[in-house]
Structure formats: structure tokens, C-alpha cells
Design a protein around this ligand. Structure first.
Ligand code: SF4
Length: 309
């Protein structure tokens, strides 16, 4: 394999956090989020969170060792009315391998449950199996979303080498749906020319695993993401750069802003996804009991722009 976007072994380090619960804005929605870790061992080439963090995002993982205690203080002092559903997490995977050592996500979930806070989890991991009972006991007030990009092991090993195989994730989802937890799958990103043809298969696996809600969106590019994707194309032995330049109307060098695929391409994929979800009798988007808010246009620059997993 040629050049890659990570080194061979990530290091784990504890650090202390001053605050844990933060507002976020992403793709037209806003809400609250917690991130007990900084950096992510899943090492996805397309990760939207890298730019917001450090260049060491994949190689140096920080565990916010006081996250649960700070969260407890923040919730105890909460004076901004009824709390909205909290996203766990927006810029790291809460069930990456570091969670086995530090257990910070579990500790934070216990605090959210203690204060009756609704939450939704975004993960690509099966380590969440450990917390089946924890989430199961709170199933009326939580929503667990797995981000699944591909069922191809060849593709996964290159594009998101730290994640679990999709077959293992679907086994985990089945356990959660069997105990009545509302389960979602976010097919994100749908990667042009590489994973776009997998939509029907992934949706079918979702149905078999008891998933109720499915959604997804097409890969967006940014300078760093485009660089990593080119390394991934090379590692997969794919000659698709020219086709990408057309789909995304790429004019290099890209800048720090996101570049989306053409409207036609996005509409074609969205239509395929919605039709597959409808045929499988599942719901597109979030369930009603954990809804995200559309952006309140009156919010000012206090809100930072984060990406989500
Ligand atoms: S996309 Fe999510 S799971 Fe993958 S590296 Fe980024 S934060 Fe981690």
C-alpha cells in the first residue's frame, strides 16, 4: 500500500476538559452534543471531523477523563429550559476502542439518563454491545444510529480500517432492536463509484436486523478529505479521479469549504435511497421521539460548526 493518512498505532492519552456539552450546527440542523474523546481510531478516509480537530486526529486519541463529572455539573446547573436531545458524538466515535479502556461514554450516558435527557448515539462500532442493557433500559428516550458505508470487506479495510465489518455491526443492531431500542442506520457517506451500488444491499440488511429508520447522504469533499480519498483510490487500485473531477466539478486546489457532488447526482442517489427504504417498509430520517431541530436562523456565532460521524 502507498501513502496513507494514519500511522500504524494510535496512542491514547487522558486530558481534562473544561466543558463537555456544546451546541453544534450541521447540515441545516442544530442541537447539543458531547464528545468524551478527541480524535478517532476508526480512521475513516472521508471523516468530516478531522479538519475541526488536529492533524493528529487519527494517531493521538485524547480521553477527557473528567467528562462525566463536568457533564454532571453542567446538567445540574442547566437553566436554559427543557434540554433537547443530545448527540453522542458529533466529532469522534463514542464507541471507538478507547472506550474499552476509559469507559467515558458509558459514564456520560449514565449522567444523561440520571437527568432524563434524551440522546442519540452515532457509532460505527460493535463495542456498544457492552451497553445493550444500559440503552435498553432507556429505550423510550434514546435512538442509536450506526453509520454504515459498505458491506465490502475489501473497501472497508482501506476506507475505514478501524471499524468493524458490516456483518458484525448488523448482528449488534439485531440485539438492540430485539430489546426494543429504536435503531437507525446512516448510510453516510455514500461514496460515488465505490459504494453507491450497495444501497439496496445495505437497506435489505437493515430490514433484516430490525432497523426502523434509515437515512444517508453523498460524500462531500474538502481539501483534506480529497487528499485522503485519492490515497484510498490508489490503495484500492481504482482510477476514478477524473470521474470525481466531473461529478464534483473540482477545481484544484480545493479550499477549506465543502464541495458537493452535482445536484443531478445527489438527486439520483437520494431517490434510489428513498425508494429502497420505502420498499423495505422503513422510515427515512429520524424518529419523531428524537427529532433534530432545523437551524434557528437567529443563532449567532456562538455556535461552532462541527461535523458528525
Ligand atoms: S467518520 Fe466517525 S468513525 Fe470515522 S474517523 Fe471520523 S469520527 Fe471516527
Amino acid at each position: 500500500m502507498g501513502e496513507l493518512w494514519y500511522s500504524s498505532a494510535p496512542t491514547l492519552e487522558p486530558k481534562t476538559a473544561k466543558s463537555v456539552i456544546h451546541p453544534f450546527v450541521v447540515r441545516g440542523y442544530n442541537g447539543l452534543t458531547i464528545n468524551p474523546y478527541q480524535g478517532c481510531q476508526h480512521r475513516c478516509a472521508y471523516c468530516y471531523a478531522t479538519y475541526e480537530w488536529s492533524p493528529e486526529f487519527y494517531d493521538r486519541i485524547y480521553a477527557k477523563s473528567n467528562a462525566d463529572r463536568i457533564l454532571e455539573k453542567e446538567l445540574a446547573a442547566w437553566k436554559r429550559g427543557e434540554i433537547e436531545p443530545v448527540m453522542v458524538c458529533s466529532a469522534t466515535d463514542p464507541y471507538q476502542p478507547a472506550e474499552i479502556r476509559y469507559g467515558l461514554t458509558r459514564k456520560c450516558i449514565l449522567v444523561l439518563q440520571k437527568y432524563g435527557v434524551p440522546y442519540y448515539v452515532f457509532t460505527k462500532s460493535s463495542i456498544i454491545d457492552r451497553d445493550l442493557q444500559l440503552h435498553g433500559n432507556y429505550r423510550h428516550n434514546c435512538f442509536i444510529v450506526w453509520s454504515i458505508t459498505t458491506c465490502s470487506e475489501k473497501t472497508r479495510r482501506v476506507i475505514e480500517p478501524g471499524t468493524a465489518p458490516a456483518s458484525k455491526i448488523f448482528q449488534t443492531i439485531k440485539k438492540f432492536s430485539d430489546v426494543g431500542v429504536c435503531c437507525g442506520v446512516n448510510i453516510d457517506p455514500i461514496i460515488p463509484l465505490i459504494t453507491e451500488s450497495e444501497i439496496p444491499d445495505i437497506v435489505n440488511c437493515c430490514r433484516q436486523a430490525g432497523v426502523s429508520n434509515v437515512f444517508g447522504s453523498v460524500l462531500r469533499l474538502r481539501t483534506d478529505i480529497w487528499d485522503r480519498m485519492k490515497m484510498a483510490f490508489s490503495a484500492l487500485g481504482l482510477d476514478v479521479e477524473e470521474q470525481y473531477r466531473k461529478i464534483y466539478s473540482i477545481k484544484e486546489p480545493l479550499d477549506a469549504k465543502y464541495v458537493s457532488a452535482s445536484k443531478d447526482y445527489q438527486e439520483k442517489i437520494a431517490s434510489e435511497l428513498k425508494s429502497a427504504i420505502q420498499q423495505a417498509d422503513m422510515e427515512f430520517g429520524f424518529p419523531k421521539h428524537i427529532s433534530t431541530k432545523e437551524i434557528d436562523k437567529s443563532v449567532n456565532g456562538q455556535i461552532s460548526l462541527l461535523s458528525y460521524v
